[in-house]
Design a protein around this ligand. Structure first.
Ligand code: NDP
Length: 261
């Protein structure tokens, strides 16, 4: 197996943010099982390192606050040095937003949600593009792939969750703009838009009464929430050469939620 410090390893490499838990962790496992070397970035350094150790010595865990430009620069440079190249970036880190009437929401709370989802995806992308554009092209002319995470909130209204909806709609807009700008450089940019997924983020919303699991199951054509592994499969597809001609796309993985009239 390849080990860190072997920059000429032929294994594909990925950076995943928010990788200590939920969808990010499931994606790290999915890619690692397929032979990728993964840098797991998370706010909690120890948790990221423990997850990486769980996957094996060829993987890397790093502390990183995606909303902080300095933290992003340091983490991305460390990951690129260790992995040798960056084939894929998964901008997954996220926080929930407690539903609240607009008149009681604070500007600080609004800014924080946008800072993690939108600014974080922008900062990570900017940092990674600097390395990706220097990499050799593959047989189809591609150099790398970026996968952003939207949501059913990117399309539909969720009362009281203005910041989250704005951030997730913004992520899809940014995905399309980046896809157009970077296609000629061989860098594909796509998004996955999950429905409700059984993770800590949703458990916290359910605890506060913002999500009713039974109502979600009833509203979802497939009749249940997703497991994180099911979203990871969609992310892994867009990150991989199997999606070599896909850019600017949003893949809904929502059990049919968004097509139900
Ligand atoms: P989880 O809360 O399970 O995992 C998110 C991870 O991101 C946590 O480890 C969290 O750390 C980390 N994180 C939070 N803020 C930052 C930051 N500033 N920098 C780096 N890491 C950070 O969430 P999910 O797996 O449910 O969500 C992952 C993504 O999927 C998010 O973008 C979310 O909006 C999106 N999504 C989720 C859905 C769902 O139903 N679960 C539905 C649609 C989209 P910590 O625990 O310390 O906060």
């Amino acid at each position: 197996m390849p080990t860190l410090g072997q920059p000429h390893s032929t294994a594909a490499t990925a950076l995943i943010t928010g990788a200590a838990d939920g969808i990010g962790w499931a994606t790290a496992q999915c890619l690692a099982q397929r032979g990728w070397r993964v840098a797991l970035l998370d706010l909690r350094t120890e948790a990221a390192q423990a997850r990486a150790a769980e996957l094996g010595p060829q993987h890397l865990g790093l502390g990183c606050d995606v909303s902080d430009a300095g933290s992003v620069q340091v983490a991305v440079a460390a990951a690129q040095t260790a992995l040798g190249r960056i084939d894929a970036l998964v901008n997954n880190a996220g926080i929930g937003e407690q539903a609240a009437p607009t008149l009681t929401q604070t500007a600080e709370g609004f800014d924080r949600v946008l800072a993690v989802h939108l600014r974080g995806s922008f900062l990570m992308t900017q940092a990674v593009l600097g390395f990706m554009r220097e990499q050799p092209r593959d047989a189809r002319g591609n150099r790398g792939a970026i996968v952003n995470i939207g949501s059913i909130a990117s399309f539909g209204g969720i009362p009281g969750r203005n910041a989250y909806s704005a951030a997730k709609a913004g992520v899809l807009g940014m995905t399309r703009a980046l896809a157009c700008e970077w296609a000629r450089e061989g860098i594909r940019v796509n998004a996955v838009a999950p429905g409700y997924v059984r993770t800590a983020l949703v458990a916290a919303l359910a605890e506060r009464g913002d999500v009713d699991a039974r109502a979600v199951a009833e509203r979802t054509p497939l009749g249940r929430m997703a497991e994180p592994e099911e979203i990871a499969e969609a992310i892994a597809f867009l990150a991989s050469p199997a999606a070599s001609y896909v850019t600017g796309a949003t893949l809904s993985a929502d059990g049919g939620w968004s097509v139900l009239g």
